[in-house]
Design a protein around this ligand. Structure first.
Ligand SMILES: C[S@@+](CC[C@H](N)C(=O)[O-])C[C@H]1O[C@@H](n2cnc3c(N)ncnc32)[C@H](O)[C@@H]1O
Length: 230
């Protein structure tokens, strides 16, 4: 089976030999790939919603992999027992949904060695939370697929050396690695913030003003990074 570039990049972050839990697996494409390629001996694939849960079961059965991939229905990490998976993948959801799912199950998270996260939005909020909870960002990458840019964040237990919230917003490993897709990614982030600023400008509340200031600061920092880009 061939994966799309985004899922292939996620698969490449999985260390061989570990049990992975793929949360929100949808069609179970990643679990099937990881087991078929012999990267993982076993994968637990979970789904919240009945439709994708059924699709995942069908796909796994079709490949004859039901002995190695267990599909479970449930919310976030709740279908997992502590210690069952060493690596957790959460891909294709919002950064704040991912953060909430992780925060909701501290006992499962305590036994996890690596998180592979692909937030669709709000990656900065997710990084800030991870760092505050004692995770370090071991790697980050950008992947282009069908004209869209996706960010992947890999975290392991430990102290993150970067605490600057603006750098955490952008992605410290992306900046260090001078990821060639970073300028395009930051331009999209700037456009996203512009839209939020426009919406906030319609409100007169002090909360909206505070939020607008926060976003303007973030934009100024992004512009600094873009200006210094080689
Ligand atoms: C956009 S799909 C991404 C599928 C796959 N992870 C990928 O990256 O291609 C998001 C999936 O997450 C599932 N989902 C959303 N919230 C969830 C939760 N709290 N727990 C488990 N699954 C969830 C949805 O049903 C959906 O199938």
């Amino acid at each position: 089976m061939r994966l799309t570039r985004r899922l292939a990049a996620i698969a490449a972050c999985v260390p061989p030999g570990v049990v992975v839990a793929d949360i929100g697996t949808d069609h179970a494409l990643l679990p099937i790939y990881l087991v078929e390629k012999g990267i993982c001996p076993r994968v637990v694939a979970t789904e919240l919603n009945p439709g994708p849960y059924r699709s995942a079961i069908e796909a796994v059965n079709l490949q004859g992999l039901d002995g190695k991939i267990e599909v479970r229905q449930g919310d976030g990490l709740h279908p997992l027992l502590p210690g069952e998976a060493q690596v957790i993948v959460l891909a294709g959801m919002g950064g704040n949904t991912i953060r909430q799912i992780l925060a909701d199950s501290p006992e499962v998270l305590a036994a996890v060695r690596r998180l592979i996260l692909q937030p669709m939005v709000d990656a900065g909020d997710l990084r800030l939370w991870l760092v505050g909870e004692g995770w370090r960002l071991v790697d980050e990458m950008l992947v282009e697929e069908d004209g869209r840019l996706y960010v992947i964040v890999v975290a392991e237990r430990g102290r993150e050396k970067v605490s600057d919230p603006y750098l955490l917003e952008i992605g410290p490993r992306l900046v260090e690695k001078k990821d060639p897709l970073l300028p395009a990614y930051l331009s999209k982030l700037m456009a996203h913030y512009q839209r939020i600023l426009k919406a906030l400008a319609r409100s007169r509340s002090s909360r909206a003003e505070e939020k607008a200031l926060e976003i303007s600061d973030k934009m100024a920092r992004i512009q600094e990074v873009l200006k210094e880009w080689p």
